[in-house]
Every structure is written in structure tokens, then in C-alpha cells.
Design a protein around this ligand. Structure first.
Ligand code: GAF
Length: 384
């Protein structure tokens, strides 16, 4: 059964009626631009063909009921749970967070029944939470006839995640889940929220993106993420700029010289050089030179490993093995401390690279990785 069929079947089973519609939103990988979003910088994600689907129908009053195939559990909440942040916890907190954020922005949110199914793996750094937020948001906007254009939806979904769920993430994942276009990567300026859809036709170039799930246990993700964000914000204050995006690459050495310690200097160097790598990648993609972006992906990984210190041994092993087996470039994608690696490979070489990573894992005694090749898909959409 497809994920959309599972959502409809789940809806039918739980509520004994068909849904009024189904809304889908994708997971994402980020091609390049890591930990730049909350520094007001630049990112270049694309949507995955793996999606979360919300089947939904209105229900009377200010009440919401949501079922998920993941747990088989049904969670009910009402106005009391969405007047203050954090009252619904666990996976349903993302749903309640969207209701909360809409209400806080002044929208009359319709009561609703929802059934959620998903192909986006949890905890793999492929942004399953943003996919859930975006699918639920699309459903509620349509069911309520709310005047909330797609361009304004990422900020609202991010607010749900930051304030209701309490995760201090940037705006990349929600933007990818909502604004991506099939066949394109999304070049996003996280300060202005301006986007440019950059054609990313891997097949035409005889290339593929292999996504390797490290299957590494996520270690200290929340605390370490918040710590990185905190050091970046402190550094921006020390440098007297609104955000690290305002440190130009050609002024980097001057800026570094004004910082008090080596760790802060490394964090800043990652963010500033990573923004430049996003620009350089976009330039190459605009010139249809996809195969040339490999060294930028590798440099991004090195910077995340040595300067931002967000990789783990499983991730570094996957990158090294992929490159040794002939990948044109490889890097960790997402927030770090586990999750996925993406590798740019010749299309007919992806099995060789994937097998090399599997062998390297076996040699090191790591849990076997899993892998898939992906093409850029569309953002959130109504299915029917
Ligand atoms: C996570 C966050 F949710 C994003 O906002 C972003 O900061 C990313 O990590 C790192 O680039 O996915």
C-alpha cells in the first residue's frame, strides 16, 4: 500500500468514514549549507520522494483528534492544550504545535480529525518532523479556507517547532517541506526567505545522489544543536553583527582575530565558509556543472567534522568509504550527530559506492547502514 493509501485506510478504520482530503509533505536532504539557516544564511535543500500524508476531515468545535500509523495511537486535544505551548508532547506535539501557531497568528483553526502515515524515517536527519508539520498545516489551511500563502507557512511551522515543541531549529526544513519544486534544489536566503529554484537534473548529467543512513544512534542531538546555535549567536554579538551571515568571507580573518577562543573561531569559520560554499554550489548548478560540486561537498564535510564538530565516527566512515570508492563528493546532511550522508555518484556507480560503505561498516563493527538513491521531489501538496 502506498503511504497515501495507508493514511486513507487508517482514517477509515479509526473514524469509520472517508477523509475529506489528503495532503502530503516530503522529507528533505540538504545538498549543502549546514547550520547556516539560524545564522540568517543560505541553504540548498531538495525534497525527497519520501512523504508524510495527512488524511483529514473537519470535526465540530475546537477539538482535534489525530491518529498515527507509527504508534497506532489516537491523541485528542482541545482549546486548552493549544492556548499554551508544550501541553501536548511526543509526536502529536507537532500537530498541536501547528494548531497553536495558527491560532496565535490569529487564524480560526477548524476542528479536525487526522490520520497520519509516513515514509520518512524517524531520527534519520531527513526532517520527518517538518514533513509532519507541513502536511498538517496544508490540511488545516485548506479545511479552514485560511488565507495563509505557501511563502508564509514555513515561518509559522518553524514557530510551532521552536515554541510549542521547544526545538530551537532554523527555517530550512519547513521551507524545504513546503516550498521545494520537483527537479530543483531550493536556494533559500534564510533572512529574507527569498527562494530561487535551481534546476538539479541529475539523470541528464548521468549522476545520482545516494543517501546513506548511518543508522548511528543519535547522540545528544538536542543539547549539542542548541549549544552550536548558542555559540554562533554569542559570536555574532561579539562581532557586533546581527547574525554570522553578516561576516563577509573576505573579512573572515579579521573577524576571527577578534574572537576570544579557538572553539568560537572554528564555529564561526564553519558558518562563514559554508555560506560561501552554498553560493559556489549554486553557481556551478546554474552553469549545469553538477559533477563539479563534489569538492565543495567534501569541503563542507571537513568543515562540519573539524570546525563545527557535529559528525560521529559512523558518519565520517561513510564519507571516507564513499569517496575512496569513487564518489565525486560526499558529506553529512542535516543537523548532525548521526543521521545521513549524501554522496554524489556516477549513476552506474551507486551500488559500488553503497557496497563499499557497507563493507567499511562491517570492518569497524558498526550496525549496517541503509541506502537509497533519490531525485528532487515537490513540496507540500493536496493529493485529493
Ligand atoms: C536541523 C534543523 F532543523 C535545521 O533548521 C538546520 O539547522 C539543520 O539541522 C542543520 O543545517 O535539520
Amino acid at each position: 500500500m502506498t503511504v497515501a493509501d495507508r493514511a486513507a485506510a487508517g482514517f477509515h478504520q479509526v473514524y469509520a468514514e472517508p477523509p475529506a482530503g489528503r495532503w502530503a509533505a516530503p522529507g528533505r536532504v540538504n545538498l549543502i549549507g549546514e547550520h547556516t539557516d539560524y545564522n540568517d544564511g543560505f541553504v540548498l535543500p531538495f525534497a525527497l520522494p519520501l512523504r508524510t500524508v495527512a488524511a483529514a476531515a473537519p470535526q465540530p468545535g475546537e477539538t482535534w483528534t489525530v491518529w498515527s500509523e507509527l504508534t497506532g495511537e489516537t491523541v485528542d486535544f482541545g482549546a486548552a492544550e493549544v492556548t499554551a505551548a508544550g501541553r501536548v508532547t511526543g509526536w502529536a506535539g507537532y500537530v498541536a504545535g501547528i494548531v497553536w501557531a495558527l491560532r496565535e497568528a490569529g487564524y480560526r483553526v477548524p476542528g479536525a480529525r487526522l490520520a497520519i502515515a509516513s515514509d520518512v524515517p524517524l531520527g534519520a536527519g531527513l526532517s520527518s518532523s517538518a514533513a509532519l508539520e507541513a502536511a498538517v498545516l496544508a490540511a488545516l489551511v485548506d479545511l479552514g479556507g485560511l488565507d495563509l500563502p505557501a511563502e508564509a507557512q514555513p515561518r509559522l511551522a518553524q514557530r510551532a517547532e521552536n515554541r510549542y515543541v521547544g526545538a530551537p531549529t532554523g527555517i530550512m526544513d519547513q521551507s524545504a517541506a513546503i516550498r521545494c519544486r520537483a527537479g530543483h534544489a531550493l536556494f533559500l536566503d534564510c533572512r529574507t526567505e527569498q527562494v530561487e529554484h535551481i534546476p538539479f537534473d541529475l539523470a541528464a548529467a548521468g549522476l545520482a545522489i545516494l543517501v546513506i543512513d548511518s543508522n548511528a544512534p543519535h547522540r545528544h542531538v538536542g543539547g549539542e544543536y542548541a549549544a552550536r546555535r548558542n555559540s554562533c549567536e554569542k559570536a555574532a554579538a561579539l562581532l557586533d553583527v546581527p547574525a554570522l551571515r553578516d561576516v563577509p568571507t573576505d573579512n573572515l580573518d579579521d573577524a576571527l582575530a577578534r574572537l576570544p577562543d579557538d572553539e568560537t573561531r572554528r564555529r564561526v569559520r564553519h558558518v562563514v565558509t559554508e555560506n560561501q560554499r552554498v553560493y559556489d554550489t549554486v553557481d556551478l548548478l546554474r552553469a549545469r556543472q553538477i559533477q563539479q560540486i563534489g569538492p565543495l561537498l567534501v569541503a563542507s564535510h571537513t568543515s562540519m567534522r573539524d570546525d563545527f564538530a557535529i559528525t560521529v565516527p559512523e558518519i565520517d566512515t561513510a564519507v571516507e568509504a564513499a569517496l575512496a570508492a569513487g564518489a565525486l563528493g560526499a558529506r553529512m546532511t542535516g543537523g548532525g550527530f548521526g543521521g545521513c550522508v549524501l554522496a554524489l555518484v556516477e549513476a552506474d556507480h551507486s551500488d559500488t559506492v553503497a557496497n563499499a560503505v557497507t563493507d567499511a561498516y562491517a570492518r569497524r563493527g558498526f550496525t549496517a547502514p541503509t541506502h537509497t538513491t533519490v531525485t528532487p521531489a515537490a513540496g507540500a501538496t493536496r493529493l485529493d
